[in-house]
Design a protein around this ligand. Structure first.
Ligand SMILES: Cc1cc2nc3c(=O)[nH]c(=O)nc-3n(C[C@H](O)[C@H](O)[C@H](O)COP(=O)(O)OP(=O)(O)OC[C@H]3O[C@@H](n4cnc5c(N)ncnc54)[C@H](O)[C@@H]3O)c2cc1C
Length: 367
């Protein structure tokens, strides 16, 4: 008999879980709290590890059409001095995919199209989870759904996680990131490069995200609430490209996000027929730009174990045993690389430490 999977949340984790499980023959429904797919958040870096999962899901061509592949990663000081230039042109050969930038809305669209809109239920907020011989989700509108498996892909404030494991404590460092969108045609920067600009009082990065658009992300020391103050702060980084990018940014596109990870990692992701994926399982700071990439890796691992083991509960145990030790160092280094005040490694090596971390912890799986 066809097994039935419930997926809570239609972010990158939930949509890719839905695609993967339906390709394995599961009858899948993805339930999303909001009345439309999430579009906030502007852009994303997808690294080769994430892009390889999209290729495995059969979405390589669609992803190439909507994204930008990046040739170089340049690192400047806030006065415009070049600190490092990392050449990424051999990454397709080296890692099987390029470093890339993508507009979140476009990524959501290709994932939802591949899932099939008939498998997606919008406006369905999961409010409780119970399990025994099956798993049952109750929704805020009074509806109920029953399945053999529930994937909690409902993000950092996961209700599935709270129902199954109880409340978990988040870090509270007061870290904030600002993000904005601009058109490449309005500025004079290399359209095939990502860049970071490091100052004593802040950190600014930008990258193309397909179809002539680009996106920036920034953290400014001491500025946590006031968008105008952020604009003024970065408009002052003269000599670097940053003031021009700020001037080209539609102010309405600027968003702020509070950043959190867990004080201690979750010791388990699975209980009975319920498991977690993506930010629900392992919220991380964006220091390595790996949150969505690790979410995609979670889904690939989940698919592999469910495909090779017909006992759902046993498969979910294997899934967490495989994934928890792999994600832990990435969460840890995402935190250490967020500390833009420590630039010693960057300035001594003329190489952005991000690439060494990526190679060691993501590609070579150093513990
Ligand atoms: C500033 C910033 C920059 C980042 N940059 C990058 C980057 O460059 N590269 C990268 O890989 N990662 C990046 N990340 C991390 C990345 O955004 C996340 O890891 C990723 O979006 C997690 O996807 P998800 O599907 O697990 O969760 P989410 O995207 O949070 O999706 C969860 C979904 O579940 C829904 N939901 C929530 N509760 C319920 C409920 N009760 N019932 C039903 N539905 C529910 C939500 O509405 C949402 O649609 C960044 C994060 C931040 C904050």
């Amino acid at each position: 008999m066809t097994k039935r999977a419930l997926v809570c949340g239609a972010g990158i984790s939930g949509l890719s879980a839905g695609i993967c499980l339906s390709q394995l023959g599961w009858d899948v429904t993805v339930f999303e709290r909001d009345s439309e797919l999430r579009t906030a958040g502007a852009g994303l870096n997808l690294w080769p590890n994430g892009v390889r999962v999209l290729k495995t899901l059969g979405l390589g061509t669609q992803y190439a059409e909507i994204s930008s592949s990046l040739n170089y990663y340049r690192t400047f000081s806030s006065s415009g001095e070049v600190i490092a230039v990392d050449d990424l042109r051999n990454w397709e050969d080296r890692y099987g995919a390029s470093l890339s930038g993508v507009f979140r809305r476009d990524l959501s669209r290709i994932l939802a199209d591949a899932l099939g809109r008939d498998r997606l239920r919008l406006g369905r907020q999961v409010v409780s989870v119970e399990q025994g011989d099956s798993v049952v989700c109750r929704f805020a509108n009074g509806e109920v759904a029953e399945g053999d498996l529930l994937v909690g892909a409902d993000g950092i404030n996961s209700i599935v996680r709270d129902c199954v494991f109880g409340y978990h404590t988040f870090s509270s460092d007061g870290l904030v990131r600002w993000r904005g969108l601009f058109d490449l045609a309005d500025v004079d920067v290399d359209p095939l490069s990502e860049a970071e600009v490091w100052g004593q009082d802040g950190h600014f990065g930008y990258l193309p995200i397909g179809h002539g658009r680009a996106y920036w992300f920034a953290a400014a020391d001491g500025i946590t609430q006031d968008t105008n103050a952020v604009v003024a702060h970065f408009s002052d980084w003269k000599g670097s490209p940053v003031p021009d990018l700020i001037a080209a940014t539609d102010p309405a596109s600027i968003i702020r996000s509070d950043l959190h990870d867990f004080v201690r990692p979750l010791p388990h992701w699975s209980k009975g027929r319920v498991t977690l994926a993506g930010d629900a399982a392992h919220p991380m700071l964006p220091g390595m730009a790996q949150g969505a990439n690790q979410a995609l890796e979670d889904i690939q691992a989940l698919g592999t174990v469910l495909d090779s083991c017909s006992d759902v509960e046993a498969a979910l145990q294997v899934y967490e045993q495989v994934r928890i030790p792999l994600v832990a160092p990435i969460v840890q280094y995402s935190r250490s690389l967020f500390d833009f005040e420590d630039q010693s490694e960057l300035t001594s090596g003329h190489r952005n430490p991000l690439f060494d971390r990526y190679d060691r912890f993501v590609e070579r799986r150093e513990p």
